[in-house]
Design a protein around this ligand. Structure first.
Ligand code: DON
Length: 578
Protein backbone atom coordinates (compact mmCIF):
# COMPACT_ATOMS: atom_id res chain seq x y z
CA UNK A 1 0.00 0.00 0.00
CA UNK A 2 1.44 3.40 -1.00
CA UNK A 3 1.82 6.10 1.68
CA UNK A 4 -1.00 8.25 0.21
CA UNK A 5 -3.29 5.20 0.02
CA UNK A 6 -2.49 4.37 3.62
CA UNK A 7 -3.32 7.94 4.70
CA UNK A 8 -6.61 7.79 2.83
CA UNK A 9 -7.45 4.42 4.37
CA UNK A 10 -6.58 5.66 7.87
CA UNK A 11 -8.66 8.82 7.40
CA UNK A 12 -11.60 6.74 6.15
CA UNK A 13 -11.30 4.43 9.15
CA UNK A 14 -11.13 7.35 11.60
CA UNK A 15 -14.23 8.98 10.09
CA UNK A 16 -16.09 5.68 10.13
CA UNK A 17 -15.24 4.92 13.75
CA UNK A 18 -16.19 8.50 14.71
CA UNK A 19 -19.58 8.08 13.04
CA UNK A 20 -20.24 4.82 14.85
CA UNK A 21 -19.03 5.83 18.27
CA UNK A 22 -20.97 9.10 18.13
CA UNK A 23 -24.22 7.42 17.11
CA UNK A 24 -26.75 7.73 19.92
CA UNK A 25 -27.12 4.49 21.83
CA UNK A 26 -30.73 3.93 20.76
CA UNK A 27 -29.90 4.35 17.05
CA UNK A 28 -33.23 6.08 16.40
CA UNK A 29 -32.81 5.75 12.63
CA UNK A 30 -33.68 2.09 13.02
CA UNK A 31 -36.79 2.56 15.13
CA UNK A 32 -40.20 2.26 13.50
CA UNK A 33 -41.61 5.52 14.77
CA UNK A 34 -43.28 8.04 12.51
CA UNK A 35 -41.15 11.01 11.57
CA UNK A 36 -42.02 14.31 13.26
CA UNK A 37 -43.84 16.91 11.15
CA UNK A 38 -41.41 19.44 9.66
CA UNK A 39 -41.85 23.21 9.48
CA UNK A 40 -39.10 25.51 8.29
CA UNK A 41 -40.53 28.55 10.07
CA UNK A 42 -43.05 27.70 12.74
CA UNK A 43 -44.97 24.83 14.28
CA UNK A 44 -48.03 24.11 16.39
CA UNK A 45 -48.47 20.70 18.02
CA UNK A 46 -51.92 20.30 19.56
CA UNK A 47 -54.50 17.60 20.05
CA UNK A 48 -56.75 18.81 17.24
CA UNK A 49 -55.72 19.59 13.69
CA UNK A 50 -58.21 22.48 13.44
CA UNK A 51 -56.70 24.13 16.51
CA UNK A 52 -53.15 23.64 15.21
CA UNK A 53 -54.21 25.25 11.92
CA UNK A 54 -55.68 28.22 13.79
CA UNK A 55 -52.31 28.76 15.46
CA UNK A 56 -50.45 28.58 12.16
CA UNK A 57 -52.80 31.14 10.58
CA UNK A 58 -52.23 33.52 13.50
CA UNK A 59 -48.46 33.31 13.00
CA UNK A 60 -48.80 33.77 9.24
CA UNK A 61 -50.72 36.98 9.97
CA UNK A 62 -47.77 38.29 11.99
CA UNK A 63 -48.68 37.00 15.44
CA UNK A 64 -45.99 35.44 17.60
CA UNK A 65 -46.02 32.09 19.43
CA UNK A 66 -47.88 33.63 22.39
CA UNK A 67 -50.66 35.02 20.17
CA UNK A 68 -50.86 31.66 18.42
CA UNK A 69 -50.94 29.73 21.71
CA UNK A 70 -53.88 31.82 22.94
CA UNK A 71 -55.79 31.26 19.72
CA UNK A 72 -55.00 27.53 19.85
CA UNK A 73 -56.15 27.33 23.47
CA UNK A 74 -59.43 29.05 22.65
CA UNK A 75 -59.97 26.88 19.58
CA UNK A 76 -59.38 23.74 21.63
CA UNK A 77 -62.09 24.92 24.04
CA UNK A 78 -64.42 24.45 21.06
CA UNK A 79 -63.04 21.51 19.08
CA UNK A 80 -61.66 19.50 22.02
CA UNK A 81 -64.33 19.93 24.69
CA UNK A 82 -63.16 16.98 26.79
CA UNK A 83 -60.16 19.06 27.91
CA UNK A 84 -59.77 22.30 25.96
CA UNK A 85 -61.51 24.94 27.99
CA UNK A 86 -62.34 28.37 29.21
CA UNK A 87 -63.96 26.81 32.29
CA UNK A 88 -60.72 25.32 33.66
CA UNK A 89 -57.17 26.43 34.20
CA UNK A 90 -53.53 25.62 33.63
CA UNK A 91 -49.99 26.80 33.14
CA UNK A 92 -48.25 28.55 30.28
CA UNK A 93 -44.46 28.48 30.05
CA UNK A 94 -43.00 30.95 27.57
CA UNK A 95 -39.45 31.41 26.34
CA UNK A 96 -39.18 34.67 24.47
CA UNK A 97 -36.63 35.16 21.70
CA UNK A 98 -34.42 37.18 24.10
CA UNK A 99 -33.78 33.94 26.00
CA UNK A 100 -35.93 34.82 29.03
CA UNK A 101 -38.42 32.33 30.45
CA UNK A 102 -41.80 33.31 31.90
CA UNK A 103 -44.39 31.21 33.71
CA UNK A 104 -48.05 32.13 33.85
CA UNK A 105 -50.10 30.41 36.53
CA UNK A 106 -53.77 30.41 35.66
CA UNK A 107 -54.63 27.46 37.86
CA UNK A 108 -58.16 27.41 39.30
CA UNK A 109 -58.70 28.84 42.76
CA UNK A 110 -60.85 27.45 45.58
CA UNK A 111 -64.03 29.51 46.07
CA UNK A 112 -64.42 31.36 49.39
CA UNK A 113 -66.95 28.79 50.58
CA UNK A 114 -64.51 25.89 50.08
CA UNK A 115 -63.18 25.08 53.54
CA UNK A 116 -61.05 22.14 54.68
CA UNK A 117 -63.83 19.57 55.11
CA UNK A 118 -66.15 20.70 52.35
CA UNK A 119 -65.98 17.26 50.68
CA UNK A 120 -66.26 15.20 53.87
CA UNK A 121 -69.58 14.09 55.39
CA UNK A 122 -70.52 14.19 59.08
CA UNK A 123 -69.14 10.65 59.54
CA UNK A 124 -65.78 11.81 58.21
CA UNK A 125 -66.17 9.98 54.88
CA UNK A 126 -65.53 11.47 51.46
CA UNK A 127 -68.74 12.61 49.80
CA UNK A 128 -69.41 10.73 46.55
CA UNK A 129 -71.48 11.85 43.55
CA UNK A 130 -73.26 15.22 43.69
CA UNK A 131 -71.59 17.45 46.25
CA UNK A 132 -68.21 15.75 45.82
CA UNK A 133 -64.96 17.10 44.41
CA UNK A 134 -65.30 15.08 41.22
CA UNK A 135 -68.71 15.83 39.71
CA UNK A 136 -71.39 18.48 39.81
CA UNK A 137 -71.69 22.08 40.87
CA UNK A 138 -69.49 21.88 43.97
CA UNK A 139 -66.50 20.31 42.20
CA UNK A 140 -65.31 23.41 40.34
CA UNK A 141 -62.56 25.79 41.23
CA UNK A 142 -62.78 29.35 39.90
CA UNK A 143 -61.61 29.05 36.27
CA UNK A 144 -58.39 30.79 35.27
CA UNK A 145 -57.98 30.20 31.54
CA UNK A 146 -59.18 33.55 30.20
CA UNK A 147 -57.36 35.55 32.87
CA UNK A 148 -54.17 33.65 32.04
CA UNK A 149 -54.54 34.05 28.29
CA UNK A 150 -55.22 37.77 28.63
CA UNK A 151 -52.16 38.21 30.85
CA UNK A 152 -50.03 36.37 28.29
CA UNK A 153 -51.46 38.51 25.48
CA UNK A 154 -50.81 41.80 27.27
CA UNK A 155 -47.31 40.92 28.48
CA UNK A 156 -45.86 38.74 25.76
CA UNK A 157 -48.12 38.97 22.71
CA UNK A 158 -46.71 40.54 19.52
CA UNK A 159 -49.12 43.54 19.73
CA UNK A 160 -49.50 43.12 15.97
CA UNK A 161 -52.86 41.39 16.33
CA UNK A 162 -55.86 42.44 18.37
CA UNK A 163 -57.39 40.30 21.13
CA UNK A 164 -60.48 39.87 18.92
CA UNK A 165 -58.37 38.41 16.14
CA UNK A 166 -57.24 35.70 18.55
CA UNK A 167 -60.75 34.87 19.74
CA UNK A 168 -62.53 35.04 16.39
CA UNK A 169 -61.33 31.68 14.96
CA UNK A 170 -62.67 29.88 18.05
CA UNK A 171 -65.97 31.77 17.87
CA UNK A 172 -66.39 30.79 14.23
CA UNK A 173 -65.64 27.14 14.97
CA UNK A 174 -68.28 27.18 17.70
CA UNK A 175 -70.81 28.99 15.52
CA UNK A 176 -70.33 27.10 12.26
CA UNK A 177 -69.45 23.78 13.84
CA UNK A 178 -66.90 21.18 12.94
CA UNK A 179 -67.00 17.53 12.04
CA UNK A 180 -66.72 15.14 14.98
CA UNK A 181 -64.14 12.39 14.77
CA UNK A 182 -65.18 8.86 15.59
CA UNK A 183 -63.23 9.07 18.85
CA UNK A 184 -65.01 12.26 19.89
CA UNK A 185 -68.48 10.91 19.11
CA UNK A 186 -67.72 7.71 21.02
CA UNK A 187 -66.33 9.71 23.94
CA UNK A 188 -69.51 11.82 24.28
CA UNK A 189 -71.47 8.59 24.34
CA UNK A 190 -69.22 6.88 26.86
CA UNK A 191 -69.55 9.85 29.22
CA UNK A 192 -73.34 9.91 28.92
CA UNK A 193 -73.67 8.72 32.54
CA UNK A 194 -72.16 11.95 33.85
CA UNK A 195 -73.13 14.38 31.10
CA UNK A 196 -76.81 13.41 31.11
CA UNK A 197 -77.12 14.44 34.78
CA UNK A 198 -76.85 18.12 33.87
CA UNK A 199 -79.48 19.64 31.58
CA UNK A 200 -77.18 21.83 29.49
CA UNK A 201 -74.50 19.18 29.05
CA UNK A 202 -77.17 16.65 28.14
CA UNK A 203 -78.59 19.00 25.49
CA UNK A 204 -75.26 20.11 24.05
CA UNK A 205 -73.05 17.01 24.09
CA UNK A 206 -75.64 14.22 24.03
CA UNK A 207 -78.29 16.01 21.91
CA UNK A 208 -80.76 14.95 24.61
CA UNK A 209 -80.29 11.29 23.76
CA UNK A 210 -80.00 11.54 19.95
CA UNK A 211 -76.32 10.76 20.25
CA UNK A 212 -73.80 12.22 17.85
CA UNK A 213 -72.02 10.02 15.37
CA UNK A 214 -68.75 10.22 13.53
CA UNK A 215 -68.55 13.02 10.92
CA UNK A 216 -71.64 14.82 12.19
CA UNK A 217 -71.43 18.60 12.42
CA UNK A 218 -71.13 19.73 16.04
CA UNK A 219 -72.22 23.32 16.59
CA UNK A 220 -72.13 25.19 19.92
CA UNK A 221 -74.12 28.44 19.53
CA UNK A 222 -74.12 29.27 23.27
CA UNK A 223 -70.36 28.95 23.44
CA UNK A 224 -70.08 31.04 20.24
CA UNK A 225 -72.12 33.80 21.89
CA UNK A 226 -69.93 33.66 25.03
CA UNK A 227 -66.79 33.84 22.90
CA UNK A 228 -68.34 36.77 21.01
CA UNK A 229 -68.74 38.66 24.29
CA UNK A 230 -65.19 37.71 25.35
CA UNK A 231 -64.00 38.96 21.97
CA UNK A 232 -65.62 42.35 22.54
CA UNK A 233 -65.07 42.81 26.28
CA UNK A 234 -61.91 40.81 27.05
CA UNK A 235 -61.45 38.44 29.97
CA UNK A 236 -63.44 40.71 32.29
CA UNK A 237 -66.54 39.47 30.50
CA UNK A 238 -65.95 36.10 32.18
CA UNK A 239 -65.11 37.49 35.62
CA UNK A 240 -67.43 40.47 36.05
CA UNK A 241 -69.61 40.61 32.92
CA UNK A 242 -72.82 38.87 31.91
CA UNK A 243 -71.00 35.53 31.61
CA UNK A 244 -69.92 35.85 35.25
CA UNK A 245 -73.53 36.50 36.23
CA UNK A 246 -74.78 33.50 34.27
CA UNK A 247 -72.23 31.21 35.95
CA UNK A 248 -72.90 32.58 39.44
CA UNK A 249 -76.70 32.33 38.98
CA UNK A 250 -76.48 28.73 37.80
CA UNK A 251 -74.17 27.89 40.71
CA UNK A 252 -76.60 29.46 43.18
CA UNK A 253 -79.56 27.62 41.70
CA UNK A 254 -77.79 24.26 42.16
CA UNK A 255 -75.98 24.65 45.47
CA UNK A 256 -72.61 25.31 43.81
CA UNK A 257 -69.74 27.06 45.55
CA UNK A 258 -68.62 29.71 43.06
CA UNK A 259 -70.09 33.19 43.56
CA UNK A 260 -69.86 36.43 41.60
CA UNK A 261 -67.33 37.60 44.17
CA UNK A 262 -65.13 34.54 43.63
CA UNK A 263 -65.09 35.23 39.91
CA UNK A 264 -64.32 38.91 40.48
CA UNK A 265 -61.42 38.01 42.79
CA UNK A 266 -59.71 35.60 40.42
CA UNK A 267 -56.20 36.63 39.32
CA UNK A 268 -53.71 34.94 37.02
CA UNK A 269 -50.19 35.14 38.45
CA UNK A 270 -46.79 35.36 36.90
CA UNK A 271 -44.32 33.06 38.66
CA UNK A 272 -40.58 32.54 38.43
CA UNK A 273 -40.01 29.40 36.31
CA UNK A 274 -37.85 26.74 37.94
CA UNK A 275 -34.83 25.31 36.21
CA UNK A 276 -32.04 22.81 36.62
CA UNK A 277 -29.69 20.87 34.40
CA UNK A 278 -29.58 17.31 33.19
CA UNK A 279 -26.16 16.22 31.94
CA UNK A 280 -25.37 19.84 31.18
CA UNK A 281 -28.62 20.68 29.38
CA UNK A 282 -30.80 23.33 30.98
CA UNK A 283 -34.31 22.15 31.81
CA UNK A 284 -36.94 24.83 32.54
CA UNK A 285 -40.36 24.02 33.97
CA UNK A 286 -43.35 25.08 36.01
CA UNK A 287 -42.96 25.96 39.70
CA UNK A 288 -45.68 25.44 42.36
CA UNK A 289 -48.64 25.28 42.44
CA UNK A 290 -47.51 22.62 40.01
CA UNK A 291 -45.47 19.79 41.44
CA UNK A 292 -44.44 18.81 37.92
CA UNK A 293 -41.24 20.83 37.60
CA UNK A 294 -39.91 19.94 41.06
CA UNK A 295 -40.66 16.21 40.84
CA UNK A 296 -39.13 16.06 37.34
CA UNK A 297 -35.95 17.89 38.36
CA UNK A 298 -35.54 15.79 41.51
CA UNK A 299 -35.85 12.59 39.44
CA UNK A 300 -33.47 13.87 36.74
CA UNK A 301 -30.93 14.90 39.38
CA UNK A 302 -31.04 11.41 40.90
CA UNK A 303 -30.74 9.74 37.49
CA UNK A 304 -27.76 11.88 36.58
CA UNK A 305 -25.71 9.75 38.96
CA UNK A 306 -26.28 6.66 36.78
CA UNK A 307 -25.13 5.87 33.25
CA UNK A 308 -28.64 5.58 31.85
CA UNK A 309 -27.42 5.50 28.21
CA UNK A 310 -25.30 2.39 28.82
CA UNK A 311 -27.98 0.71 30.90
CA UNK A 312 -30.05 0.79 27.70
CA UNK A 313 -33.43 2.20 26.85
CA UNK A 314 -35.62 -0.71 27.96
CA UNK A 315 -33.43 -2.40 30.54
CA UNK A 316 -34.44 -3.64 33.98
CA UNK A 317 -31.50 -1.70 35.42
CA UNK A 318 -32.88 1.58 34.08
CA UNK A 319 -36.48 0.87 35.06
CA UNK A 320 -35.25 0.03 38.55
CA UNK A 321 -33.40 3.30 39.23
CA UNK A 322 -36.14 5.29 37.51
CA UNK A 323 -38.79 3.69 39.73
CA UNK A 324 -36.74 4.28 42.86
CA UNK A 325 -36.17 7.92 41.90
CA UNK A 326 -39.88 8.48 41.18
CA UNK A 327 -40.89 6.75 44.42
CA UNK A 328 -38.75 9.20 46.40
CA UNK A 329 -39.76 12.31 44.48
CA UNK A 330 -43.49 11.51 44.72
CA UNK A 331 -43.10 10.96 48.48
CA UNK A 332 -41.64 14.47 48.65
CA UNK A 333 -44.53 15.74 46.54
CA UNK A 334 -47.01 14.49 49.13
CA UNK A 335 -45.20 16.09 52.03
CA UNK A 336 -43.78 19.34 50.80
CA UNK A 337 -45.87 20.65 47.92
CA UNK A 338 -48.90 22.88 47.71
CA UNK A 339 -49.88 26.42 46.76
CA UNK A 340 -46.79 28.56 47.50
CA UNK A 341 -49.04 31.47 48.47
CA UNK A 342 -50.32 29.42 51.42
CA UNK A 343 -47.24 27.57 52.65
CA UNK A 344 -43.54 27.47 51.94
CA UNK A 345 -42.44 24.87 49.43
CA UNK A 346 -38.70 24.08 49.79
CA UNK A 347 -38.14 24.27 46.06
CA UNK A 348 -34.43 25.08 46.14
CA UNK A 349 -33.57 22.10 48.33
CA UNK A 350 -35.77 19.67 46.45
CA UNK A 351 -34.15 20.48 43.11
CA UNK A 352 -30.63 20.68 44.50
CA UNK A 353 -28.02 18.20 43.18
CA UNK A 354 -26.65 17.52 46.69
CA UNK A 355 -30.15 16.60 47.92
CA UNK A 356 -30.52 14.22 44.95
CA UNK A 357 -27.21 12.57 45.88
CA UNK A 358 -28.49 11.98 49.39
CA UNK A 359 -31.70 10.52 47.99
CA UNK A 360 -29.73 8.33 45.53
CA UNK A 361 -27.55 6.98 48.34
CA UNK A 362 -30.63 5.20 49.71
CA UNK A 363 -31.15 3.28 46.45
CA UNK A 364 -30.00 -0.36 46.40
CA UNK A 365 -29.24 -1.41 42.81
CA UNK A 366 -30.68 -4.91 43.17
CA UNK A 367 -33.48 -4.41 45.69
CA UNK A 368 -36.69 -2.44 45.45
CA UNK A 369 -37.55 -0.17 48.36
CA UNK A 370 -41.01 -0.43 49.86
CA UNK A 371 -43.10 2.73 49.67
CA UNK A 372 -44.25 2.07 53.25
CA UNK A 373 -40.62 2.45 54.28
CA UNK A 374 -39.80 5.41 52.07
CA UNK A 375 -41.00 8.67 53.52
CA UNK A 376 -40.24 12.13 52.30
CA UNK A 377 -36.61 13.25 52.28
CA UNK A 378 -34.94 15.05 55.10
CA UNK A 379 -35.37 18.79 54.54
CA UNK A 380 -34.02 21.21 57.09
CA UNK A 381 -36.88 23.32 58.47
CA UNK A 382 -37.39 27.01 57.95
CA UNK A 383 -36.08 27.20 54.39
CA UNK A 384 -37.02 29.88 52.40
CA UNK A 385 -58.84 13.19 33.58
CA UNK A 386 -58.79 15.78 31.52
CA UNK A 387 -56.05 17.81 30.29
CA UNK A 388 -54.43 18.80 27.04
CA UNK A 389 -51.00 20.07 26.17
CA UNK A 390 -49.93 22.12 23.18
CA UNK A 391 -46.63 23.57 22.10
CA UNK A 392 -46.01 26.45 19.68
CA UNK A 393 -42.73 27.66 18.15
CA UNK A 394 -42.69 30.73 15.93
CA UNK A 395 -40.25 31.94 13.29
CA UNK A 396 -38.57 34.47 15.61
CA UNK A 397 -37.52 32.03 18.33
CA UNK A 398 -40.42 32.43 20.78
CA UNK A 399 -41.73 29.19 22.24
CA UNK A 400 -44.86 28.47 24.27
CA UNK A 401 -45.54 25.22 26.05
CA UNK A 402 -48.96 25.13 27.66
CA UNK A 403 -50.91 22.54 29.65
CA UNK A 404 -54.46 23.30 30.73
CA UNK A 405 -57.26 21.17 32.00
CA UNK A 406 -60.79 20.54 33.21
CA UNK A 407 -59.26 17.71 35.31
CA UNK A 408 -61.56 14.80 34.50
CA UNK A 409 -62.87 14.34 30.96
CA UNK A 410 -65.53 17.07 30.58
CA UNK A 411 -64.59 18.30 34.07
CA UNK A 412 -67.46 18.39 36.54
CA UNK A 413 -69.85 17.51 33.65
CA UNK A 414 -71.70 20.78 34.36
CA UNK A 415 -72.20 23.28 31.54
CA UNK A 416 -73.15 26.62 33.07
CA UNK A 417 -76.62 27.57 31.83
CA UNK A 418 -76.68 30.00 28.91
CA UNK A 419 -72.88 30.00 28.43
CA UNK A 420 -71.97 26.75 26.67
CA UNK A 421 -69.00 26.64 29.07
CA UNK A 422 -68.09 23.30 30.63
CA UNK A 423 -66.77 23.72 34.16
CA UNK A 424 -63.82 21.93 35.74
CA UNK A 425 -63.67 19.50 38.67
CA UNK A 426 -60.25 20.72 39.71
CA UNK A 427 -61.20 20.74 43.41
CA UNK A 428 -60.34 17.02 43.38
CA UNK A 429 -56.67 17.92 42.98
CA UNK A 430 -56.75 19.12 46.59
CA UNK A 431 -56.30 16.60 49.36
CA UNK A 432 -59.98 16.46 50.32
CA UNK A 433 -58.84 14.33 53.27
CA UNK A 434 -55.08 14.74 53.68
CA UNK A 435 -53.38 11.35 53.66
CA UNK A 436 -56.14 9.67 51.63
CA UNK A 437 -56.02 9.06 47.86
CA UNK A 438 -57.76 11.27 45.27
CA UNK A 439 -59.15 10.19 41.86
CA UNK A 440 -55.61 9.54 40.59
CA UNK A 441 -54.76 7.46 43.67
CA UNK A 442 -52.44 10.28 44.77
CA UNK A 443 -51.82 10.65 48.45
CA UNK A 444 -51.30 14.28 49.38
CA UNK A 445 -50.63 16.15 52.57
CA UNK A 446 -51.76 19.09 54.66
CA UNK A 447 -50.05 21.60 52.42
CA UNK A 448 -52.57 20.70 49.76
CA UNK A 449 -55.69 20.71 51.95
CA UNK A 450 -58.71 22.72 50.78
CA UNK A 451 -58.68 26.40 51.78
CA UNK A 452 -60.57 29.38 50.38
CA UNK A 453 -58.59 31.17 47.67
CA UNK A 454 -55.98 28.40 47.44
CA UNK A 455 -54.86 26.69 44.22
CA UNK A 456 -54.78 22.89 44.17
CA UNK A 457 -51.44 21.18 43.60
CA UNK A 458 -51.02 20.06 40.01
CA UNK A 459 -48.86 17.58 38.10
CA UNK A 460 -48.88 19.53 34.86
CA UNK A 461 -45.33 19.83 33.57
CA UNK A 462 -44.89 22.18 30.62
CA UNK A 463 -41.14 21.97 30.01
CA UNK A 464 -38.44 23.55 27.84
CA UNK A 465 -34.95 22.09 27.29
CA UNK A 466 -32.03 24.10 25.93
CA UNK A 467 -28.96 23.00 24.01
CA UNK A 468 -25.60 23.39 25.72
CA UNK A 469 -25.04 26.69 23.89
CA UNK A 470 -28.21 28.04 25.52
CA UNK A 471 -30.38 27.93 22.40
CA UNK A 472 -33.84 26.34 22.38
CA UNK A 473 -33.78 22.59 21.73
CA UNK A 474 -37.18 21.14 22.56
CA UNK A 475 -40.36 21.77 24.52
CA UNK A 476 -43.06 19.40 25.57
CA UNK A 477 -45.77 18.53 28.04
CA UNK A 478 -48.48 15.94 28.54
CA UNK A 479 -51.93 15.11 29.83
CA UNK A 480 -52.69 12.30 32.25
CA UNK A 481 -52.69 13.42 35.88
CA UNK A 482 -49.57 12.39 37.84
CA UNK A 483 -48.49 10.24 34.90
CA UNK A 484 -47.76 13.52 33.12
CA UNK A 485 -44.57 13.89 35.16
CA UNK A 486 -43.38 10.39 34.28
CA UNK A 487 -44.10 10.94 30.58
CA UNK A 488 -42.17 14.19 30.47
CA UNK A 489 -39.21 12.79 32.45
CA UNK A 490 -38.88 9.76 30.18
CA UNK A 491 -39.26 11.81 27.00
CA UNK A 492 -36.44 14.08 28.20
CA UNK A 493 -34.24 11.07 28.99
CA UNK A 494 -35.08 9.50 25.64
CA UNK A 495 -33.77 12.57 23.84
CA UNK A 496 -30.73 13.27 26.03
CA UNK A 497 -29.60 9.77 27.01
CA UNK A 498 -30.94 7.66 24.17
CA UNK A 499 -30.56 10.11 21.30
CA UNK A 500 -34.15 9.87 20.06
CA UNK A 501 -35.87 12.55 18.05
CA UNK A 502 -38.91 14.22 19.62
CA UNK A 503 -41.46 11.89 18.00
CA UNK A 504 -39.63 8.71 18.99
CA UNK A 505 -38.98 10.08 22.48
CA UNK A 506 -42.67 10.78 23.02
CA UNK A 507 -43.89 7.52 21.48
CA UNK A 508 -41.51 5.14 23.24
CA UNK A 509 -43.10 2.89 25.90
CA UNK A 510 -42.71 4.16 29.45
CA UNK A 511 -43.52 3.37 33.06
CA UNK A 512 -44.99 5.22 36.02
CA UNK A 513 -44.61 4.96 39.78
CA UNK A 514 -46.09 7.52 42.18
CA UNK A 515 -45.00 6.19 45.60
CA UNK A 516 -48.51 4.94 46.39
CA UNK A 517 -49.94 2.64 45.18
CA UNK A 518 -46.63 0.80 45.46
CA UNK A 519 -46.69 -0.69 41.98
CA UNK A 520 -45.20 -0.02 38.58
CA UNK A 521 -47.68 0.96 35.90
CA UNK A 522 -46.44 -0.33 32.55
CA UNK A 523 -47.90 -0.06 29.08
CA UNK A 524 -49.39 -2.89 27.03
CA UNK A 525 -46.44 -4.40 25.10
CA UNK A 526 -44.22 -1.84 26.85
CA UNK A 527 -42.13 -4.25 28.88
CA UNK A 528 -40.95 -7.76 28.09
CA UNK A 529 -41.81 -10.58 30.53
CA UNK A 530 -38.12 -11.31 31.14
CA UNK A 531 -37.43 -7.66 32.05
CA UNK A 532 -40.44 -7.75 34.33
CA UNK A 533 -39.15 -10.94 35.96
CA UNK A 534 -35.82 -9.32 36.75
CA UNK A 535 -37.66 -6.40 38.35
CA UNK A 536 -39.93 -8.75 40.31
CA UNK A 537 -36.76 -10.45 41.51
CA UNK A 538 -35.66 -7.08 42.93
CA UNK A 539 -38.97 -6.90 44.77
CA UNK A 540 -40.99 -4.59 42.47
CA UNK A 541 -44.72 -5.03 42.16
CA UNK A 542 -46.69 -4.39 38.99
CA UNK A 543 -50.19 -3.14 38.35
CA UNK A 544 -52.72 -5.76 37.33
CA UNK A 545 -54.11 -3.40 34.69
CA UNK A 546 -51.44 -1.99 32.36
CA UNK A 547 -52.38 1.23 30.57
CA UNK A 548 -50.96 4.28 28.88
CA UNK A 549 -48.64 6.52 30.85
CA UNK A 550 -50.08 9.88 29.76
CA UNK A 551 -49.95 11.36 26.26
CA UNK A 552 -47.50 14.05 25.26
CA UNK A 553 -46.96 16.61 22.52
CA UNK A 554 -43.82 18.55 21.76
CA UNK A 555 -41.65 20.49 19.36
CA UNK A 556 -37.91 20.20 18.74
CA UNK A 557 -35.70 22.48 16.68
CA UNK A 558 -33.06 20.60 14.71
CA UNK A 559 -29.58 21.94 14.06
CA UNK A 560 -30.72 23.55 10.80
CA UNK A 561 -33.48 25.43 12.58
CA UNK A 562 -36.30 23.24 11.25
CA UNK A 563 -39.19 22.93 13.73
CA UNK A 564 -40.15 19.28 14.32
CA UNK A 565 -43.64 18.75 15.70
CA UNK A 566 -44.71 15.58 17.49
CA UNK A 567 -48.05 14.27 18.72
CA UNK A 568 -48.09 11.16 20.87
CA UNK A 569 -49.16 8.09 18.89
CA UNK A 570 -51.24 7.18 21.95
CA UNK A 571 -53.62 10.06 21.24
CA UNK A 572 -55.27 12.15 18.58
CA UNK A 573 -54.09 15.50 17.33
CA UNK A 574 -51.83 16.85 14.66
CA UNK A 575 -48.76 19.00 14.42
CA UNK A 576 -48.99 21.62 11.67
CA UNK A 577 -46.06 23.69 10.50
CA UNK A 578 -44.97 25.87 7.61
O1 DON B 1 -53.45 19.35 37.39
C1 DON B 1 -53.38 18.13 37.43
O2 DON B 1 -52.39 17.52 37.79
C2 DON B 1 -54.57 17.33 36.95
N1 DON B 1 -55.77 18.09 37.12
C3 DON B 1 -54.37 16.93 35.53
C4 DON B 1 -55.49 16.06 35.05
C5 DON B 1 -55.17 15.33 33.82
O3 DON B 1 -54.12 15.42 33.28
C6 DON B 1 -56.23 14.41 33.33
N2 DON B 1 -55.92 14.01 31.99
N3 DON B 1 -56.04 13.13 31.36
Amino acid sequence: MRKSQLRLFTAFFVVLSFIFTSLPSAAPVLAAWPEPVRGKHAMVASQHELASKVGVEIMKKGGNAVDAAIAVGLALAVVYPEAGNIGGGGFMLIRTSDGKAHAIDYREMAPAAATRDVYVDSAGNLIRGEGSSTIGYRASGVPGTLAGFEMAYKKYGSKKLTWSQLVEPARLLALNGFSLSERQAVLFYSYRGNLSKYAESNRIFLRSGKYYEEDELFRQPDLAATLGRVERNGAKEFYTGSTARLIADDMKAHGGLITLNDLKNYKAKEREPISGTYRGYKVISMPPPSSGGIVMLEVLNILEGYDIASMGYNSAAKFHVLTEAMRRAFADRAEFMGDPDFSTVPVDTLIDKAYAKKQASTIDLVRASKSTEIGHGDIPGGESMDTTHFTVADASGNVVTNTYTLNDLYGSAVTAKGTGVLLNDEMDDFAARPGKANMFGLIQGEKNSVQPGKRPLSSMTPTIVLRKDGSFWFALGARGGPRIISAVIQSVINVIDHGMNIQAAIDAPRIHHQWFPDEILYEPYGMSPDTMNILKGYGHKFTSSPGYVATATGIMVDDKGVRLGAIDSRSDGKAVGY
